[in-house]
Design a protein around this ligand. Structure first.
Ligand SMILES: Cc1ncc(C[n+]2csc(CCOP(=O)(O)OP(=O)(O)O)c2C)c(N)n1
Ligand code: SF4
Length: 467
């Protein structure tokens, strides 16, 4: 009979017929490490308060085994998810568990920044000197000369760099409370690993801050060795590059370097960061979804911002969600603005109520998403060659000409704003829109009057020709 720690689920649901065993290969360090974590959680009485973030890699299935809160992070993002969790639920204990590919390669910056901030979680780093799950490729921690599937002649450090010594790198940072490197290659070492894992969790229990434990771990399958030889590789080879030992322990210091994040609800965060008047729900204000789209440099994002600013000044719920390519100018740019009297579910827009399109790609991309009852305003110098969905009202509008005829060729976006006001698409007093437009030029007051002229000319055109 197998006696499991209480930190594990009674039965593992992953595979029918194999509900008592994990998926790890014989001799794998992951199973040992997770057993140490499960026992420590149970013994410290923190199991019900713990959230474990599993990585992508061989350890991806931890949530089938550990009987605590579980979150599966995307590849390399376990530390980032843990950083989010300690902010969202600061009274809980958070564990991030990562392999050396997950942490040392794709996720290094997330892990490093979490350590640098001293985010309060226990960070377990399983170093088996290769990417195991994907078939034994070179990892940042692979040893000089180590043969892997992507370094069949041995790691060439001139071409691929030296093994990343994560403990030593993190030890340059001020805020980690505890940093230790251990191994699970034999019983003596496992007992030290057990102590280190417990210490990292004790630090969490006491709310003292960031604790990092690197664990050297055999992977017999990809080290192409039996369990004994894989363990020997860890002790005889890996430990030369990654010496075991405690690099830092400040857990007994009176004022440990820990984060001080008071629990905050989402409501607290929203109201603390909002500097304007309180937002009260206005059920009479119907939600409207606006999509503005054109080339970068046409003032698309600013157009959305003016509308968002005007609505926000009126105390409405607003979201402004820009999307643009790497090019400052010339590439495509769009923004989604949602204005509502009630809380907004998502800033993303699948089907705009109003589409303002300033170029052909915008029409191609967004016109097919429009539904009956919605409104399209498009720059009329662009030929409308795309099928307009049934029930969509279409307004061609010479925004570019109106802007240049009134002396500001670049103010086609302002002209479009005037057009929208006149067509009654903004559900707000005209003067509030005009005021927001003026505010948008606070840094360039010279442009206020000229844009006002364009705005009024556009309104006059729309009134006479479109309404
Ligand atoms: C974004 C992304 N890139 C690449 C992969 C493929 N992938 C899966 S696990 C892994 C590396 C696992 O190695 P390690 O973190 O060392 O964990 P181990 O399997 O050795 O425990 C990679 C590259 C992926 N799943 N997602
Ligand atoms: S491949 Fe290696 S790391 Fe993955 S489960 Fe097997 S022994 Fe463990």
């Amino acid at each position: 009979m197998i006696i499991k720690s209480k930190g594990f689920y009674e039965e593992f649901e992953r595979k029918a017929g194999r509900k008592r065993t994990t998926h790890y290969c014989a001799g794998c360090g992951h199973g040992i490490i997770q057993k140490l974590i499960a026992e420590a959680m149970a013994d410290l009485g923190i199991q019900d308060d713990t959230v474990f973030v599993s990585p992508v890699g061989c350890a991806a299935f931890c949530y089938y085994y550990l009987d605590c809160g579980n979150v599966a992070g995307p590849h390399g993002r376990a530390a980032a998810v843990a950083s989010g969790l300690v902010r969202a639920i600061p009274d809980k204990i958070v564990i991030a568990y990562q392999g050396d590919g997950d942490l040392g390669a794709i996720g290094f910056n997330n892990a490093f920044q979490a350590a640098n901030r001293g985010d309060g979680f226990a960070h377990f780093f399983v170093n088996n000197a290769l990417y195991a799950m994907t078939g034994g490729q070179l990892a940042p921690t692979s040893l000089p000369g180590q043969k892997t599937t992507t370094s069949p002649y041995g790691r060439d450090v001139v071409k691929t760099g030296e093994p990343l010594k994560v403990c030593e790198i993190f030890n340059q940072l001020d805020r980690p409370v505890y940093i230790e490197r251990v191994s699970v290659a034999d019983t003596k070492r496992i007992m030290k690993a057990r102590k280190a894992i417990r210490k990292a969790l004790q630090i969490q229990k006491e709310g003292k801050g960031y604790a990092f434990v690197e664990i050297l771990s055999p992977c017999p399958t990809n080290m192409r060795a039996d369990s004994v030889k894989a363990a020997q590789f860890v002790t005889d080879e890996m430990e030369k590059t990654f010496p075991l030992g405690c690099l830092r322990d400040r857990s007994d210091e009176e004022a440990p370097c820990c984060m001080d994040i008071a629990p905050r609800s989402v409501d607290d965060i929203v109201s603390a960061d909002y500097e304007g008047d309180e937002i009260t729900d206005m059920p009479d204000i119907k939600e409207r979804k606006y999509k503005f789209s054109g080339f970068g440099g046409q003032g698309i994002l600013s157009l959305g911002l003016v509308l968002a600013d005007a609505a926000s000044e009126l105390g409405r719920h607003v979201s402004w969600f820009p999307s643009y390519g790497p090019e400052q100018r010339g590439g495509s740019a769009s923004c989604s603005v949602v204005v509502s009297g009630l809380e907004i579910g998502s800033p993303a827009i699948d089907h705009p109520d109003v589409l303002v399109a300033m170029n052909q790609p915008s029409l191609e991309r967004f016109l097919p998403t429009m539904q009956s009852g919605s409104v399209l305003i498009y720059e009329s110098s662009v030929p409308l060659e795309i099928q307009v969905p049934e029930g969509v009202t279409v307004y061609p509008f010479p925004a570019a000409d109106i802007a240049s005829d009134n002396g500001v060729a670049k103010a086609a976006n302002t002209a479009l704003l005037g057009c929208m006001v006149e067509l009654g698409l903004l559900d707000m007093p005209d003067e509030d829109v005009a005021a927001a437009l003026a505010r948008s030029f606070a840094a360039k007051p010279k442009l206020v009057d000229s844009n006002k002229k364009v705005f009024e000319a556009a309104r006059a055109y729309a009134r006479e020709r479109l309404v």
